[in-house]
Design a protein around this ligand. Structure first.
Ligand SMILES: [Zn+2]
Length: 76
């Protein structure tokens, strides 16, 4: 028996991909970063799926991370 992936058909067009967080399409953001995200599947237990994060969200998370590193949120 051969196991096969669930994806059938032609490979997806990169233009379809949206940001995993804000759902902006590739046309709405300048840069997308590829990432791998483990998804739990009831049959295969875990599969790695390819996701994209836009530059805006990456900047946002970097800001949050820097804020956390300082210990408390800055009240400007
Ligand atoms: Zn985003």
């Amino acid at each position: 028996m051969r196991s096969r992936t669930s994806w059938e058909g032609p490979p997806p067009d990169p233009a379809w991909f949206k940001c995993w967080f804000c759902r902006k399409t590739s046309k709405q953001v300048r840069t997308r970063y590829g990432a791998e995200f483990p998804v739990r599947d009831p049959n295969t237990f875990a599969i790695i799926t390819l996701i994209f994060i836009c530059s805006e969200c990456v900047a946002k998370f970097a800001e949050w991370d820097a804020m956390k590193a300082r210990g408390k949120p800055s009240s400007s």
